[in-house]
Design a protein around this ligand. Structure first.
Ligand SMILES: NC(=O)c1ccc[n+]([C@@H]2O[C@H](COP(=O)([O-])OP(=O)(O)OC[C@H]3O[C@@H](n4cnc5c(N)ncnc54)[C@H](O)[C@@H]3O)[C@@H](O)[C@H]2O)c1
Length: 428
């Protein structure tokens, strides 16, 4: 367990973007940008979202405010360093742009964050990627306004300071993390999320759920050594404010997750999921996430030949929310002893009518696997193509995610992670 520090932390931090939430909120983006004296806007999206017509509608609606908006639909679903560089090149050659509007899921929003950074600051993508993969440089120049308009109910990227990508040559998922990446305005319009197919609703919903559970069970902020002001990081551990967001997100998921997957036209369920994603984003964006997200990086980065339903055909991938979910039941069995009451409370919020098993450490894993089975998430990492021989490389990939493991409520060794992967081969 984590030892009590001699000089414990007494401060936690909280950051969030300006936020507009509700049916029709996306109709007001032109007005909002006109207040910032914006004239030329690049709308950034992927081809699947573009096919719904939503990004063009957002772009067209800006014309009445004298704003020229162009749609770029070249975002790669689950961005890579190469896809980000291509988007940056496109924005540099067609710019300058006064502002960016990201319309889509985490893939579009993260791409827009990278485009915004690299069209306002000198250097190249690798200069800003977290060490040890990149140089971890901080931006020196202010960024342009970025409006983030999520069309999935999942990542919370509209609220966070992070941009995630696969670095193809190294087969690792990593990112850029800096407060200036946080969008200027998050516009969450539940009406834009109805067209998500069931597979996307299920995977991205598991991302919400794990954001809420991981930030709720993250290492408590006072168990760290006291930091100097210049040492503060966005992820400060669980704290009273992030707890509030996480608990509320769990309650919303309990009522609406299965329904949103099975009945995509249920307005109440879609609105609850959009609210849950926003709440969980506010929680984890400040408290942090831990083992399931750290494991997700090598699971997604080392995919072999898995082709999920409802995602772009022809490309092997384990979608982000799915890759996070696959080891979550075993991760929470492992962290149970660090905060038993929190694990039990989370399970109760998520399944208020479930009977509690005799052994309380089984409760949260049981509630999670019941849900995953119901919404068609694969049964463990073997079901997405991994076998026992892959475990050493998966463990090595997880242990590189020290920024995330720093918020784990227990010390984690290579053997602990290997055990979690082994027990996650098949979950039920
Ligand atoms: N920056 C962060 O804080 C953060 C947090 C978590 C995840 N992420 C990243 O976000 C990415 C995953 O994002 P995601 O789960 O939101 O999905 P996504 O953006 O990858 O989209 C998934 C699929 O759903 C389609 N889609 C999206 N909205 C739709 C709609 N309304 N109607 C029809 N189709 C729709 C897309 O075309 C795509 O094929 C990953 O790269 C992940 O690493 C970032």
């Amino acid at each position: 367990m984590i030892a009590t520090p001699a000089n414990p932390e007494s401060v936690f931090t909280y950051g969030a973007p300006q936020l507009k939430f509700g049916d029709g909120a996306s109709d007001e983006i032109g007005f909002d940008l006109s207040r910032l004296s914006v004239r030329r806007v690049l709308v950034i999206t992927d081809a699947g979202v573009a096919a719904t017509g939503i990004p063009q509608r957002v772009a067209d609606q800006m014309a009445q405010f004298g704003i020229e908006a162009r749609v770029f639909d070249g975002v790669h679903v689950e961005p890579t360093d190469e896809s980000l560089v291509a988007a940056i090149d496109e924005a540099r050659s067609s710019g300058p742009w006064d502002a960016y509007v990201a319309v889509g899921g985490g893939s579009a929003i993260d791409t827009a964050k990278a485009v915004n950074l690299l069209t306002t600051n000198p250097g190249e993508l690798m200069d800003y990627i977290n060490v040890p993969v990149g140089k971890g440089q901080a931006p020196t120049e202010p960024l342009k306004p970025l409006v983030a308009v999520p069309t999935t109910t999942g990542t919370g990227s509209e609220s966070t300071t992070i941009c995630v990508m696969d670095v193809l040559s190294l087969k690792v998922k990593t990112g850029i993390s800096h407060a200036r990446l946080r969008p200027t305005l998050a516009v969450i319009d539940p009406l834009l999320t109805f067209s998500q197919p069931p597979g996307v609703t299920a995977a991205s919903g598991m991302d919400i759920l794990c954001h809420a559970l991981e930030s709720y069970t993250a290492r408590w902020y006072t168990t760290y050594d006291r930091k100097k002001p210049e040492q503060r990081v966005p992820y400060c551990g669980s704290n009273p404010i992030s707890d509030m967001w996480s608990e509320k997100a769990l309650t919303l998921l309990a009522g609406s997750f299965r329904r949103a997957v099975r009945h995509g036209d249920d307005a109440h369920a879609r609105a609850d999921m959009a609210m849950a994603a926003t709440f969980a984003g506010m929680g984890f964006g400040n408290a942090g996430v831990h083992i399931p997200h750290a494991n997700a990086y090598p699971i997604a980065g080392r995919v072999k030949d898995f082709h999920p339903k409802d995602y772009p055909a022809g490309e092997a991938m384990v979608p982000h929310g799915m890759s996070v979910a696959l080891t979550a039941p075993e991760a929470f069995r492992f962290t149970f002893d660090a905060a038993p009451e929190r694990h039990v409370r989370a399970a109760q919020l998520l399944a208020p009518n479930a009977g509690q098993p005799t052994s309380p450490d089984q409760f949260l894993p049981m509630v999670l696997t019941d849900l995953m089975r119901d919404i068609d998430i694969p049964n463990g990492i073997a079901a997405v193509g991994f076998d026992e021989g892959d475990i050493p490389e998966l463990v090595a990939g997880t242990m590189k995610q020290q920024r995330l493991l720093a918020t784990c409520p227990r010390e984690v060794t290579d053997d602990d992670i290997a055990g979690i992967f082994t027990r996650s081969m098949s979950l039920w």
